[in-house]
Design a protein around this ligand. Structure first.
Ligand code: ZN
Length: 451
């Protein structure tokens, strides 16, 4: 009988091992010694009153829908746990597929609830698209938006269903060791996704080579200076993408690369693009994508091994078995995770994601500040860096202001903070950067038009 067996301590040992690994990754990634943001943000120094008013209007229109997109998946999952008729309805939908068996039904319910949580954010996604369209921030059609939302939710549902079914079958096959085995496997798979850009996301981004020319040559020189001559700089070829300026670094080792949005190449000056690429090379040199993926793998492993520990606990004193009891493992008719507790697990998963946001974003802001400093050190050109930041802010209608209370929502420091930091760096290195160097000549609509 399960109750008489020794308490299985392997999952707890696995949790402890992965926590030690996580601390090791944080030390190796130098997450305890991020450079401090310096300088006092002053948005009036580099932005005109018209630019400030324009972004305030745009951000004001977006605000409600952004909160909706953040909170609606969580509230939808909570509704399925708290509102009984809703929960029963979801259960009756999966019971209508008796050929699946109990594990398949539990996996299907998980996929359906996560799908419903994603769909609850659609009204916000469509409104954000509508606002972006009015502000000339996107060229995507409404049909294209719906198509990509539907495709994402369908792919996510299929992956959750397939992985969930596999997970539950492995739980039944490896009754005492599933959590340590699956946790170790997850760490390896998620870390591999960080290494190999081809495995990232459900639909990896298509890219093309950087068009040849003077800028391309300057970037080659920059890579040599950064000690990363073989890192490819690619241009995103995704159709219907937004019109904003953006770039990112991905992969590690021989698979590391920098990807630029087409608008970043077309709408910036050469020295601004050089600063943007220098920031991304800073991420590659610090191996930020790799350490991020390893940390993500460890966190997932900790959650799975933690679930294994919970499932393997002895019965309560009253003799009542809690959900996830090993008893469910012994019958082929039953699922190791019964469908009735799936809504609670989905809610717990979304709550953990929301609760972890302040910590994850705080690490991310440190990583971004470090990449900014790396870009300044590499280019020795704070004017170009500030000019690039200004152009990004004006083109992307980025938030311009001091936003300490809501910074837990932000993966990057605000643009005015990054500009203040660059000014402080310039001052510390004896480089003179006059205030308002990039203050544009306002056009009739108060916007600087890009060449
Ligand atoms: Zn960055």
């Amino acid at each position: 009988m399960w109750a008489q067996q020794r308490v299985n301590r392997a999952p707890l040992r696995m949790v402890a091992l992965l926590v030690v690994c996580l601390i090791g990754i944080a030390v190796a990634g130098r997450w305890f010694t991020f450079p401090h943001l310096r300088g006092t943000p002053d948005w009036r120094l580099d932005f005109t009153a018209a630019e400030l008013a324009r972004q305030a209007r745009y951000r004001g229109e977006l605000s409600f829908w952004m909160w909706w997109a953040i909170l609606s998946p969580f509230l939808t999952a909570a509704a399925y746990v708290l509102i009984r008729p809703l929960r029963l309805r979801a259960m009756s939908v999966v019971r209508a597929a008796p050929w699946l068996g109990e594990p398949g039904r539990a996996a299907l319910l998980c996929a359906l609830l996560l799908g419903a949580s994603s769909i609850s954010a659609w009204p916000a996604e469509v409104m954000v698209w509508h606002i972006n369209r009015r502000w000339d921030m996107t060229s995507e059609s409404l049909g294209g938006v719906f198509l990509s939302l539907a495709r994402d939710v369908l792919l996510m549902g299929l992956v959750v269903f397939a992985l969930g079914t596999l997970f539950l079958r492995l739980m039944r096959r490896w009754q005492r060791t599933w959590s340590t085995r699956i946790a170790a496997g997850s760490v390896v798979v998620i870390a591999a996704c960080g290494f190999l850009p081809a495995l990232q996301g459900l639909q990896p981004e298509r890219t093309t080579a950087m068009p040849p020319g003077k800028v391309s040559q300057q970037l080659e020189t920059l890579k040599v200076k950064a000690g990363l001559p073989s890192v490819p700089i690619r241009v995103s070829a995704s159709a219907g993408s937004d019109n904003g300026l953006n770039a990112y670094a991905t992969g590690a080792g021989p698979w590391a690369r920098v990807v630029l949005r087409t608008s970043s190449v077309n709408q910036t000056r050469a020295d601004e693009l050089t600063s943007m690429v220098a920031h991304e090379l800073g991420h590659v040199r610090a191996r930020d994508p790799l350490f991020g993926a390893l940390a993500g793998g460890c966190l997932t492993g900790i959650l799975i091994a933690g679930l294994g520990w919970w499932q393997g606990r002895p019965t309560t004193e009253s003799g009542v078995r809690l959900p996830l009891s090993p008893m469910h493992m012994s019958s082929r008719q039953m699922s190791p995770i019964p469908a009735r507790i799936v809504p609670v697990l989905v809610l717990a998963w979304l709550s953990l994601q929301l609760a972890g946001l302040p910590l994850v974003n705080s690490v991310s802001r440190g990583i971004e500040t470090r990449a900014d400093i790396a870009a300044l050190e590499l280019t020795q050109n704070p004017q170009a860096f500030i000019s690039m930041m200004h152009r990004v802010a004006v083109t992307n209608l980025a938030f311009l202001g001091d936003d300490a209370p809501r910074q837990w929502l932000r993966s990057h420091p605000t643009i005015v903070q990054r500009i203040a930091n660059a000014r402080a760096w310039a001052q510390a290195n004896g480089i003179d950067v006059p205030p308002g160097i990039v203050a544009p000549k306002p056009t009739s609509d108060g916007v600087q038009r890009l060449q």
